[in-house]
Design a protein around this ligand. Structure first.
Ligand code: ADP
Length: 323
């Protein structure tokens, strides 16, 4: 959606700026997020992710610019926005000596939900986040992963249309990250819930985000799906195919490759060939080599992903050419 504006975005930000004295934490940010989308705000510490989130929630006042969340202006109507948006901060607090259920029921009641309905909704959410069995256990005994699940249930108790998560997987082990992100993905798809999450953990973001926005020093330097960003950034890079054949077939394979017009060998280490090409070439190669009874042990195309995009922007690459 680069360049064009989205129709009816659920989150719409225009020229949003936040200054602390002379320091600009968020710099003329434009952002549209569609209903049901999972959007990842990516960037190093201090990039302005939390500041942006706080402004979307009406918890921090912008220096200038416009925000609309679910058709509401969080600056003018912070209470209305709080009703529509669930928020999981990076360090949510619970009453440690209370059970998971008691904590959730309290949040529900603070949101104006009756006791009976609060009980019903809390139990149903505990089920959804996989904590039904420990509903009566004290939160003080919970692991970090269980706390985050409870935090998720807590931020969903008022049935929000938008869920905002600040560094939700910080401190989780790799399995915990995987479980938690799959849970977010499932909930978002099932309930058509819009999710905005901030993170500097790349792998998880690639896994579940429909789009990501890359933040550096308060500026959004690129946004789009991982696939779009990768093709925009790396379209001029050699498209790289790796082909490995059985040792005994190396010479014959080389001969066949050299005869193929659309194939360009860019390197060879023993029986491993590096070839410039795309999916069509992979298909031609496979067909040709099999016809000549060459034993293929590996054939794959290098796919550029989030790590390559991140390296491009955050490790000294240009910050302009994807926008
Ligand atoms: P991120 O969430 O991407 O790590 P933040 O939004 O927390 O980044 O911070 C962006 C920048 O704004 C940082 O340099 C931070 O020091 C600064 N900042 C954040 N809050 C305040 C504040 N209340 N007063 C002054 N500077 C702040």
């Amino acid at each position: 959606m680069e360049g064009d504006k989205m129709d009816n975005p659920i989150i719409r930000v225009r020229q949003l700026t936040k200054k602390y004295g002379d320091f600009t934490a968020v710099d003329h940010l434009d952002l549209d997020i569609a209903t049901g989308e999972i959007f990842g705000l990516l960037g190093p510490n201090g990039a302005g992710k939390s500041t942006t989130i706080l402004m979307l929630l009406g918890l921090s006042e912008p220096t200038s610019g416009e925000i609309e969340v679910c058709g509401t202006d969080p600056i003018r109507s912070p209470i209305a926005v709080k009703r529509l948006v669930g928020y999981l901060p990076d360090n949510i607090g619970f009453y440690e000596s209370w059970t998971a259920l008691e904590n959730l029921v309290l949040t529900a009641q603070l949101n104006g939900i009756s006791y009976t309905e609060a009980q019903r909704r809390s139990l149903s959410l505990l089920e959804k986040v996989g904590l039904r069995d420990v509903a009566e256990k004290k939160v003080g005994k919970f692991s970090r992963g269980m706390r985050q699940r409870l935090g998720l249930a807590d931020s969903l108790i008022k049935n929000p249309k938008v869920l905002i998560l600040d560094e939700p997987t910080l401190g989780l082990d790799p399995m915990g990250v995987k479980d938690f992100t799959s849970l977010i993905l499932r909930l978002s798809r099932e309930e058509k819930l819009t999710v905005l999450l901030s993170s500097h953990q790349l792998y998880q973001v690639q896994q579940i985000c429909d789009r990501v926005g890359l933040f550096i020093q308060g500026k959004l330097v690129a946004d789009g799906s991982i696939h779009d960003l990768a093709s925009r950034l790396f379209q001029d890079k050699p498209r790289h195919i790796q082909l490995k054949v059985h040792q005994m077939d190396t010479q014959r394979a080389r001969g066949i490759l050299e005869e193929m017009q659309d194939v360009k060998i860019i390197g060879q280490q023993d029986n491993l060939f590096h070839i410039d090409g795309d999916e069509i070439i992979v298909h031609h190669l496979a067909k040709k080599l099999v016809e000549h009874d060459i034993h293929i042990t590996q054939l794959q195309q290098r796919i550029y992903g989030i790590e390559d995009i991140y390296a491009h922007y955050f490790e000294g690459g240009s910050t302009n050419d994807a926008k």
